[in-house]
Design a protein around this ligand. Structure first.
Ligand code: TGC
Ligand code: FAD
Length: 388
């Protein structure tokens, strides 16, 4: 009776998708199966972001996909979520690239930028010809961006920028950085271009997580920024935090893909692994563990779809996004760790996907707000008390 259910979609989320959404999911899914998955093991082992994928994801319309106009696809939020899910089924590093470009760089330019800034950057970024990064976190503590030290002072028509940012995705490959800066007029977003004198970047090497993604530091030493490179539409911490809401939304969907990849791996492996005279898939303990994975994936899918529908109605609250990011990252990392264990010794080999996803998810559960940050956001909503 149960054989008709899709093990990756027990509640038939697919039937809730529009024709266009299902088409997005299928086309990105095919691309990931054919072009992404075959590359990711090597990319992870070699600690290299496969840059050849940039042109391909751009060609598929996946960069800035939620933006209307400016050569962007203008898809809805559920489609953006499905894109993240399918990409992260391949690797969190590729989803990170697309999240940063779309939600953290193109979104603030589109939302807070001047028309000139939008015309200059958005079409080039949609085509993958310009790459962006987003600098909010500083070395002394990312969870509390209100304690920002990076600052800028007016000098005639320009600004002079000093400080540094740490743990920045795409740092060393970016043509442009959206850098959040303390000024006497509030927190402002600066568009810093890679060749500006005094601007430097450095890659963070020897990571054990997100090895197929570029992470680095940004340094600003008296960088002269013209007023034309300041986002005119925002002067408070709400600017960067609103970008995080977009990216966290995508992550809540994305990690479902990583979890599905792990469940799929153990479903196959346990059929063939014969111990004590039977495939381990036939044992109660293994079935319960895989059922638990399926329970968590199903809950995450339902949360994400509901969140997407709320977002598409324009009624999203950041607290709802925090709950989804927390729940779904926790589910995905628990699933990846358990899948690694079910594979036994083979689980530590790069031949199987769980350990790569497990290691990646250590970053994903930390960035865009740690689990504790999201728990405290929900706690604040429930009690009205700010416990940070
Ligand atoms: P708070 O006083 O609560 O808020 C300041 C202003 O911002 C508004 N706001 C938000 N707006 C939109 N979305 C959100 N999520 C928002 N959260 C707050 C708020 O309404 C207020 O607006 P206004 O107009 O009244 O001024 O700020 P706080 O300083 O108390 O901080 C709250 C806290 C701790 C939740 C926040 O600082 C936080 O989220 N901390 C975590 C930082 C973080 O997540 N950093 C991520 C860096 S980027 C990254 O990791 C990229 S990885 C990408 C990849 O590779 O995929
Ligand atoms: P800290 O803020 O120092 O936190 C340390 C610990 O304290 C955590 O466990 C935290 O949960 C806990 N904690 C904090 N506050 C409290 C509290 N009130 N009560 C109890 N516990 C608390 N940032 C960007 O700006 N742009 C990027 O592109 C980007 N990409 C990243 C890519 C990777 C691979 C990684 C790992 C990080 C990236 N980050 C980026 C930074 C990321 O957002 C931060 O690492 C994250 O916000 C946490 O900040 P932190 O590392 O300084 O930890």
């Amino acid at each position: 009776m149960n054989s008709k259910l899709d093990p990756m979609d027990l509640y038939d989320i697919r039937s809730e998708l529009s024709e266009d959404e299902a088409m997005v999911k299928d086309s990105v899914g095919r691309y990931v199966d054919e072009k992404v998955i075959p590359l990711m093991r090597d990319a992870f082992e070699q600690h290299k972001f496969p840059r050849q994928l940039i042109g391909e994801v751009a060609e598929l319309g996946l960069l800035g996909s939620s933006i209307e106009g400016y050569d962007c696809a203008g898809l809805n939020s559920v489609s953006y979520g499905l894109i993240c899910q399918e990409l992260e089924r391949g690797d969190s590093g590729l989803r990170s690239f697309v999240s940063v470009q779309s939600s953290l760089v193109m979104f603030p330019i589109h939302t807070y930028g001047s028309e000139e800034q939008k015309q200059r950057w958005l079409p080039a970024m949609a085509r993958g010809e310009a790459i962006g990064c987003f600098g909010l976190t500083e070395p002394h503590g990312g969870s509390d961006p209100s304690n920002m030290k990076t600052h800028a002072k007016r000098d005639g028509d320009d600004w002079i920028l000093n400080g540094s940012k740490m743990w920045i995705t795409n740092a060393t490959i970016a043509d442009v950085a959206i850098v959040w800066v303390r000024t006497e007029e509030g927190v402002k977003g600066f568009i810093v271009e890679k060749d500006m004198p005094g601007f430097d970047t450095q890659e963070i090497e020897n990571k054990f997580s997100l090895r197929a993604s570029v992470t680095g530091a940004l340094f600003f030493n008296n960088v002269r920024i013209p007023e034309a490179n300041v986002l005119p539409g925002i002067s408070s911490l709400r600017g960067p935090l609103s970008c995080l809401t977009q990216a966290r939304y995508g992550i809540a969907w994305g990690v479902i893909g990583a979890a599905q990849a792990c469940l799929n791996e153990v479903l196959n492996y346990t059929q063939d692994r014969v111990l004590f005279g039977q495939p381990i898939a036939n044992t109660q303990a293994i079935q319960i563990r895989m059922a638990e994975m399926s329970r968590q994936i199903t809950a995450a899918q339902l949360i994400s779809l509901r969140l997407g529908r709320i977002k598409d109605k324009g009624q999203l609250s950041p607290t709802q996004v925090s709950l989804a990011k927390w729940n779904n990252c926790r589910a995905a990392i628990d699933i990846a760790r358990d899948a690694r264990d079910i594979l036994g010794g083979a689980g530590i080999s790069a031949e199987y996907v769980p350990i790569r996803h497990m290691l990646n998810l250590e970053s994903v559960i930390t960035y865009e707000g740690t689990e504790t940050v999201h728990q405290l956001v929900v706690g604040k909503e429930l009690t009205g008390v700010n416990a940070f």
